[in-house]
Design a protein around this ligand. Structure first.
Ligand code: HEM
Length: 382
């Protein structure tokens, strides 16, 4: 076991400052064990992330995918095993299909334009706090059928951004979000609407509806599942475009390239750094003895920079083809919201380029996964 593995902590500030450098060392060393959070196997390469993701008989997400854990109830449908997991996916699949998500584009565009109006009213423009962060929340609130309000935004931020730094705030926010859904259920059961809450409430498994607390677990995860990651990708891609003027001009001249830029941003920035599994039986991974009950942490970001799969992996290249990144995971638990996320990021970028085709950074930017610092941008003058 290498020194790097033993000390590796995916939540540490040092790692998050320059993940690419750590990734290179972890990949070179292969699978190994970290001593943090009670010990876990580090799964760093494209090949091993694929192997663990696909082997759902051995590696289960049901005991929690976050290290450290976020709450003592499951994030559904993610933290469940077959056969229930397949039923859960079936319940939701149609709502997140490419066709259904395409129908949301006008609303997403409208929300982006409304937020942009406020952002552009002040200079320099902060595209992080008032735009990248708010757009995904506004959209999922509409899909769930709940009101988008400042208080809710504060709660989701306490859950998704402060779970390491302020555990008490996270716990309080989780309770408030659970209560919000708990209070909504009787009304929505009596008067169902065309929203995700009603869909989950009306779903049946083996002929029986889900109990209220399970419905709340679904609503909770559907609310938070696509917030920090989508926000981070919009923000990181805008920063990239503020620095790389040639690339930005290419996208302005040919907006059909925006989708390829979104794919490359997902690979290059890999907003979901890592997710965990628990071994259901003794096995081996890349020659390492994995025992029943062991945790294994798949490093999606590290796999997405693996030279065994990607040529010049540390280069941001929207012409990369194929681009088989694992930013949304792979296998049976692959992101259910990937179509939504892609559309949100693409529309967000497209709308900025329409009103501000030539821009640059207006200050130092520190792209980080775990905070929400501003992304200050100004029109380019020279
Ligand atoms: C850039 C944005 C996003 C990224 C990078 C991302 C990434 C991921 C990843 C890596 C997983 C895999 C979990 C695993 O293998 O255990 C996942 C699962 C999931 N994501 Fe996303 N996600 C994004 C946006 C969204 C959005 C907008 C939603 C909408 C609600 C969403 C809903 C889900 C759900 C429900 C699952 C669980 C799927 C299952 O276990 O069957 N995600 N996501």
């Amino acid at each position: 076991m290498s020194f790097k593995h033993r000390d590796f902590d995916h939540n540490s500030a040092d790692f998050r400052k320059d993940p690419a450098a750590v990734y290179r060392e972890l990949r070179a060393a292969g699978v190994g064990q970290s001593e943090h959070y009670g010990g876990f196997w580090v799964v760093p390469t494209y090949e091993t992330v694929q192997a663990v993701s696909h082997d759902i008989e051995t590696y289960s997400p049901a005991d929690g995918t976050m290290l450290p854990g976020v709450l003592d109830r499951p994030l559904l449908p993610m933290e469940s095993d077959p056969p229930l997991h397949s039923e859960y996916r079936r319940m939701l699949a149609k709502r997140f299909s490419p066709k259904t998500i395409r129908e949301w584009i006008p609303l997403i565009r409208e929300a982006a334009q409304a937020l942009l109006k406020d952002v552009l009213a002040n200079e320099p423009h902060d595209f992080s706090l008032g735009y990248a962060k708010l757009l995904p929340t506004a959209v999922i609130c509409q899909m769930l059928g709940i009101e988008f309000k400042a208080e809710l935004q504060e709660w989701v931020e306490d859950v998704v951004y402060r779970r390491i730094s302020d555990r008490d705030a996270t716990d309080r926010a989780i309770a408030k979000i659970h209560n919000l859904f708990r209070d909504l259920l009787p009304g929505r059961r009596a008067n169902p609407r065309d929203d995700l809450i009603s869909l989950v409430l009306q779903s049946e498994i083996d002929g029986k509806p889900l109990d209220d607390e399970t419905v709340i677990d679904f609503c909770f995860f559907l609310l938070i599942a696509g917030l920090d990651n989508t926000n981070f990708t919009i923000r990181a891609l805008l920063q990239q475009l503020a620095i790389d003027h040639t690339l930005r001009q290419r996208l302005v001249d040919d907006p059909s390239l925006i989708d390829a830029a979104v794919e490359e941003a997902l690979r290059y920035f890999s907003p979901v750094i890592a997710l965990g599994r628990t071994a259901r039986n003794d096995t081996s991974l890349s020659g390492c003895p994995v025992h029943q009950g062991d945790k294994a942490l798949m490093l999606f970001g590290c796999a997405n920079r693996d030279p065994a799969e990607f040529e010049e992996p540390d280069k941001f290249d929207i012409d990369r083809f194929p681009n088989r990144h694992v930013a949304f995971g792979v296998g049976p638990h692959r992101c259910l919201g990937s179509n939504l996320a892609r559309v949100e990021i693409a529309v967000a970028i497209e709308e900025v380029l329409k009103v501000l085709p030539d821009f640059e950074l207006a200050g130092e930017v520190d792209i980080r996964w775990d905070d929400l610092g501003p992304l200050l941008i100004k029109p380019r003058t020279g």
